[in-house]
Design a protein around this ligand. Structure first.
Ligand code: PGA
Length: 249
C-alpha cells in the first residue's frame, strides 16, 4: 500500500483530486467508483473548481457509487443520491445516464443488488475506486462481520455507524437501519483504489487497515491484498502508522 502523508484535510483533498483529475484527463471515459461521507467533500469541491476554472471534464466518465440507505431516494435530503448531486454531479458536466447509485427504494432489494453488480460488470468494472474508512474499519457499508461479503448486498448498519451518521439526520432514530453496499469483490476488482482518511478518530482504523491482520472484523484490512492502493491521510489520521516501514512512501 502506498501511503501519502498530507498536512491536513485541505491538503489531503487536493492530493486526492489531483489523482482523480489526472486519471480522467488521461482516460476521459474512466469508470469511477465514488464514495459519500464527510471525507471526500473537499475532494469533490476541488474537482468542481478544476471543472469550472481549468476545463476538467467528466462528460465521458461513468460513476458507480458504493452505497445507499435502504428506504431513501433522491427526494430525501440524506440520501446518498442527493448527496452526490449536491456535492458533485450538479456542478460538473457528468451525463445523468452515466451516474449510478444503488436504488434504496427498490421493492425487491435482492434483485436491485444483482442489477447493480451486472451494471458494473457490463460497464467493464471500476477503473478507480475512491474510499473513505469508518471508525470501525468499514469501507462502503461493509461493516465488521464474521466473513467478507463478496457481492452487492443489503447490510444491517452497526450502532456506531448509525451514531456517527446521526449528525446528519438530527436524531439516531431517523437513521436508517439498513443499506445497500457493493461488496468486496467489486472493490478488489477495481484497477486502482484511493483511500482517504482525515482526523484522529480514524487513526486506529487506518493503522489496522495498513498493518493489522487481514480479517472481516476490520473490513478495510482486505485492501492489503490489492496491488494498487494509495492511502492519502492527513497528519492526525496517519499518526499511528509506522512511517519507518519500507512499504510506505
Ligand atoms: P466519513 O465516513 O467520511 O463521514 O468520516 C467515512 C465512512 O464511513 O466510510
Amino acid at each position: 500500500m502506498k501511503v501519502i502523508f498530507t498536512k491536513d484535510y485541505a491538503h489531503m483533498s487536493r492530493m486526492a483530486a489531483k489523482y482523480i483529475a489526472g486519471l480522467i484527463t488521461l482516460h476521459p471515459n474512466s469508470i469511477l467508483g465514488l464514495a459519500t461521507g464527510t471525507t471526500p467533500i473537499g475532494t469533490y469541491q476541488e474537482l468542481i473548481r478544476q471543472h469550472k476554472e481549468e476545463g476538467l471534464s467528466f462528460a465521458n466518465a461513468t460513476s458507480f457509487n458504493l452505497d445507499e440507505y435502504v428506504g431513501l431516494g433522491e427526494a430525501h435530503p440524506q440520501s446518498y443520491k442527493r448527496f452526490m448531486s449536491q456535492n458533485l454531479f450538479d456542478h460538473v458536466d457528468m451525463r445523468q445516464d452515466s451516474i449510478h447509485v444503488p436504488n434504496g427504494l427498490a421493492e425487491n432489494l435482492e434483485a436491485e443488488c444483482k442489477r447493480y453488480d451486472s451494471a458494473i460488470a457490463e460497464a467493464g468494472g471500476i477503473d478507480l475506486q475512491i474510499l473513505g474508512i469508518g471508525r470501525n474499519g468499514h469501507i462502503g457499508f461493509n461493516e465488521p462481520d464474521l466473513k467478507f461479503a463478496s457481492e452487492t448486498h443489503v447490510v444491517k448498519l452497526e450502532e456506531q455507524t448509525r451514531q456517527d451518521n446521526s449528525r446528519f439526520f438530527g436524531s439516531l432514530e431517523a437513521v436508517p437501519t439498513q443499506a445497500i453496499s457493493v461488496g468486496m469483490k467489486t472493490i478488489l476488482q477495481a484497477r486502482r483504489i484511493v483511500v482517504m482518511a482525515s482526523g484522529k478518530e480514524k487513526a486506529e482504523a487506518v493503522q489496522a487497515m495498513v498493518s493489522g491482520e487481514i480479517q472481516p472484523s476490520l473490513p478495510a484490512s482486505i485492501l492489503q491484498l490489492h496491488a494498487d492502493v494509495t492511502l492519502i491521510v492527513d497528519e492526525a489520521a496517519g499518526s499511528l502508522i509506522d512511517k519507518r516501514g519500507s512499504k510506505y512512501v
